[in-house]
Design a protein around this ligand. Structure first.
Ligand SMILES: C[S@@+](CC[C@H](N)C(=O)[O-])C[C@H]1O[C@@H](n2cnc3c(N)ncnc32)[C@H](O)[C@@H]1O
Length: 294
């Protein structure tokens, strides 16, 4: 059937509308994270869920680990851009982090490479809108569970030569994959990302970790996300390491608590830092595509 001439052709899609409605009727992982960090971008529904998580793990601990994760993501991405001489960063799961006194990922990356192109993706429409106003070249709507749809987004092509997926690329998946449940195939996310990005690419990665944490504490934090748009799955050190390695992403350095991560050469400075908290853990690394070694 041909479209009627009086129908506007720019109506939002049903998916976009559903997503926008969900962002006001369910707690949002992005706004909960902003609340942990001490930002101002959250609603009552987010704070209620966040308080449940904070009650399970201790509010100060959650805040400290969230801030350490944000700093890790920026420092690690800046280091990776230099290490692989990349001018393209794909930040998947950008977050709402622009109202904080902590250097943001795009600021850290631009300090390392002023010419770098930063493309963000997020499934939360509020994040996409916020991100567009900040230092990213572009922030697009995308769901990490569908890497192909994300990398084939028609608006990526509009960025022309600035986005060349044939060149070494830094992908960032910081504190995002734990929002992909075991029944949603988190392994496939990493496998497709590895298959689609060229050799010499790097992955900045962090994930909520259950190892050394009391099982009741983990269960309490997971329950806090029961009514959120996505639930959270804490995974063990072994599970996280296997997810990366099995997909072809070889950690360049062992997974460590994000508070302890430092670029190679800066290890001594880290020795003075306090032990990571033990009621909530997020571990991270920079991994490299095994295609380079093949
Ligand atoms: C905890 S925040 C992390 C933000 C940032 N990466 C950082 O580490 O500071 C998680 C982000 O991932 C996004 N997210 C969660 N599930 C997602 C999905 N399936 N697809 C795309 N983004 C997702 C959330 O909207 C949120 O912005």
């Amino acid at each position: 059937m041909s479209p009627r001439h009086d129908e506007p052709d720019d109506l939002p899609s049903l998916t976009a509308l559903t997503s926008a409605v969900a962002s006001f009727t369910q707690a949002s992982p992005a706004r909960m994270y902003n609340y942990y960090l001490g930002g101002g971008d959250h609603y009552e529904i987010d704070r209620t869920a966040a308080h449940q998580v904070m009650a399970a793990a201790g509010g100060d601990n959650i805040t400290r680990v969230a801030r350490a994760n944000l700093q890790f993501a920026g420092r690690a991405a800046a280091w990776a851009v230099t290490k692989i001489a990349s001018s393209l960063v794909l930040d998947i799961g950008v977050g709402l982090v622009d109202d904080l006194p902590i250097p943001n990922l795009y600021e850290a990356v631009h300090e390392a490479n002023r010419e770098a192109t930063l493309v963000g993706f997020d499934y939360d429409p509020i994040v996409v809108t916020h991100g567009r106003a900040r230092g990213y070249t572009e922030v697009l709507s995308g769901d990490v569970r569908d890497i192909d749809a994300m990398l084939d987004h028609p608006d990526l092509a509009k960025l022309g030569k600035r986005v060349n997926l044939g060149q070494p690329t830094v992908a960032v998946l910081a504190a995002v994959l734990h929002f992909v449940g075991d029944d949603e195939d988190p392994a496939r996310v990493l496998i497709r990302l590895h298959e689609r990005l060229p050799a010499d690419s790097a992955l900045v990665f962090s994930h909520a970790c259950s190892t050394q944490i009391d099982a009741d504490t983990v269960a309490g934090m997971e329950r806090g996300y029961d009514k959120a748009r996505s639930q959270i799955t804490f995974r063990s050190e072994e599970q996280i390491d296997a997810l990366l390695n099995d997909a072809g992403w070889t950690p360049g350095m062992p997974l460590v608590d994000v508070e302890r991560w430092a670029p190679p050469g800066e290890v001594a400075e880290q020795r003075d830092k306090p032990d990571p908290v033990t009621s909530v853990r997020c571990i991270g690394t920079v991994a490299f595509s095994s295609k380079a070694a093949a």
